[in-house]
Design a binder for this molecule. Structure first.
Ligand SMILES: Nc1nc2c(ncn2[C@@H]2O[C@H](COP(=O)(O)OP(=O)(O)OP(=O)(O)O)[C@@H](O)[C@H]2O)c(=O)[nH]1
Ligand SMILES: [Mg+2]
Length: 535
């Protein structure tokens, strides 16, 4: 069970301007809930000339999933910030005459490549997954399963079952999207060093360039096209100053983007007062943020050698920087005049190609699977609690059994009977007996309760009851992967599949009570005799 933490306040989340420089968002909390599954239906066939028509209540349709889709045409999360709540579409209810409810369509939320999904609205939630490849999908809340209608419960032993299930209603969950820009080369350096100028000269990006610090307030991406190669992605990381790691200036907001850059291009303003100390300041901030950042291979450039005084001091500077850096990858350039830039790009490309794509750090490995429903949980993963102050009362907890309890329609005796058999089958009764529960004790589960009668349970082979569930889950999984495939396929050309209500196969019937005792066949059983349904 995932307790949703409180989300941070986002006062402007509903009226953000279209993407401007200032509206670059690198994280966004979302509240997602898969659509509710439709309810099953209890109905009996009544047709002229067919006195024993049998059960014909259809099953409810599946609720729609909420799916994230990686889209290469999007590069910020500002879109995701315009809307916080994503509710999947509902499946429609099953109706009489054997008509199953319609499955709802999935709600697709497009996100940029490099999006990391965490559970909870906070920064440190466990990772649920990442979207890095165009068309990649991630189910962040699964639509509820449709409840079965009485048609589905028909067996040779019980040809006229009188029970149905409610559709599953998924709980809303907070998730947080974090964007990590994926670039081969992260361009770092103090403000005004000429990072943006360099990006504008080597790529088609058109970042703002000005002679004051903090001109760039969002990371800019650009692709440098080199002949015979796939191009080199440069990412301009703004805002690094002394003590940025402690929150000064724009702080370290953008530093985690650098985590996945293969190479760092360290731009030094050659006209600065003390370029070697500037170099050390940036490296120190990188180290403070994360040791792995500091150990990324760097190419250092002394910029602005078009200026006379810089050109004169350049040779000495290059030597001093080689010494400070401990390597010889130091190059004088002029971003403004594109001097030495071609050589620089080829060098960077060569380095980037020799380094494998940066693997996820340990913490970024998915640890939570949001595409699971409670019914996927281990059947026998339950706990029983009691309080000495309330003897004779027990609380049963467990994702699976709670899921089943929520699908149970308690007004149908057969449904209650079925529930108690599931309880027995997963071993709850045995456990309760072991704990000293007595007949007639109260057992509470979720918002329901029932009396404990361990030996009243039907001797029906319980395992098959659970197998049935597993069969449904397997089929669901198969259908889901088919649908995700379709979403990915459509991703290239088609637009967002917005979640609407699943179209009804028929007028959305609640519970059709066209039921007549005399109409059905008791399957050879006499009144008063025990009879049971299979699942
Ligand atoms: N002479 C000369 N000026 C340069 C060169 N590169 C950048 N500049 C100037 O330096 C100033 C800052 O350049 P930007 O590219 O905006 O620097 P930045 O590192 O992106 O700065 P922030 O975005 O504020 O972090 C601008 O006035 C540029 O015209 C260069 O090679 N030669
Ligand atoms: Mg800039």
């Amino acid at each position: 069970f995932l307790a949703p933490p409180l989300p941070p306040a986002h006062p402007r989340s509903h009226r953000l301007p279209a993407q401007t420089e200032g509206a670059f968002f690198d994280s966004a909390p979302l509240n997602v809930a898969g659509g509710r599954g439709g309810n099953g239906c209890v109905a009996m066939r009544r047709e002229k000339g067919m006195p024993l028509g049998g059960p014909c209540g259809g099953s409810g349709g599946r609720g729609g999933d909420v799916v994230l889709l990686a889209d290469k045409t999007i590069n910020t999360l500002s879109g995701a910030r315009q809307k916080v709540h994503y509710q999947g579409a509902k499946g429609t209810n099953g109706v009489g005459k054997g008509k199953d409810g319609m499955h709802a369509r999935d709600t697709v939320v497009k996100v940029p490549l490099g999006t990391i999904v965490r559970l909870g609205a906070g920064q440190d939630g466990p990772v649920c997954g990442e979207l890095n490849v165009p068309g990649q999908t991630l189910v962040v809340s699964r639509g509820g399963r449709g409840g079965r209608g009485n048609q589905a419960f028909k067996t040779p032993q019980n040809r006229a079952p009188r029970l149905m299930e409610y559709g599953v209603e998924p709980l809303p969950t907070w998730i947080r999207l974090d964007l990590k820009l994926v670039g081969d080369v992260g361009v770092v350096g103090l403000p005004n060093a000429g990072k943006s100028t360099l990006l504008s000269r080597t790529t088609a990006a058109t970042p703002k360039i000005a002679s004051y610090p903090f001109t760039t307030i969002v990371p800019n991406l650009g692709v440098c096209d080199l002949p015979d190669s796939s191009g080199l992605v440069l990412c301009d990381i703004p805002g690094l100053i002394e003590n940025a790691a402690d929150g000064r200036g724009m702080g370290v907001r953008f530093l985690r983007h650098v985590q996945r850059n293969k190479v760092l291009l360290h731009v030094i303003d050659g006209s600065g007062k003390d370029p070697v100390s500037d170099f050390k300041i940036i490296n120190e901030e990188l180290r403070k943020f994360d040791d792995t950042l500091a150990s990324k291979p760097q190419v250092v450039v002394v910029n602005k050698i078009d200026m006379l005084e810089v050109r004169e001091r350049a040779p000495g500077l290059v030597e001093a920087l080689k010494e400070a850096a401990g390597h010889t990858r130091v190059l004088p350039i002029s971003a403004l005049n594109s001097e030495n830039l071609t050589e620089l790009m080829y060098r960077l490309k060569k380095m980037a190609d020799s380094i494998p794509a940066v693997a996820l750090s340990e913490s970024a490995h998915p640890t939570v699977d949001l595409s699971k429903s409670p019914l996927d949980a281990d059947h026998d993963d339950f706990t029983i609690e009691s309080d000495p102050a309330f003897p004779g009362q027990w609380r049963l907890r467990g994702d699976y059994i709670e899921g089943v309890s929520r699908m149970t329609h308690w007004e149908y005796p057969e449904a209650v009977d079925r529930f108690s058999r599931v309880v027995d089958a997963i071993g709850v009764n045995a456990e309760l007996t072991k704990l000293g529960a007595l007949e007639g004790d109260l057992v509470m589960i979720d918002k329901f309760d029932f009396d404990f009668y361990p030996n009243q349970g039907n001797q029906y082979i319980p395992a098959s009851l659970l197998e049935e569930d597993e069969k449904i889950l397997k089929e669901e999984e198969r259908m889901r992967s088919l649908r995700l495939g379709q979403i990915a396929e459509a991703a290239g050309e088609t637009v967002v599949v917005e979640g609407g209500e699943g179209e009804a196969g028929d007028e959305g019937g609640e519970l059709l009570e066209d039921f007549d005792e005399s109409d059905f066949d008791l399957g050879g059983l006499q009144e008063g005799e025990e009879f049971y349904t299979s699942t």
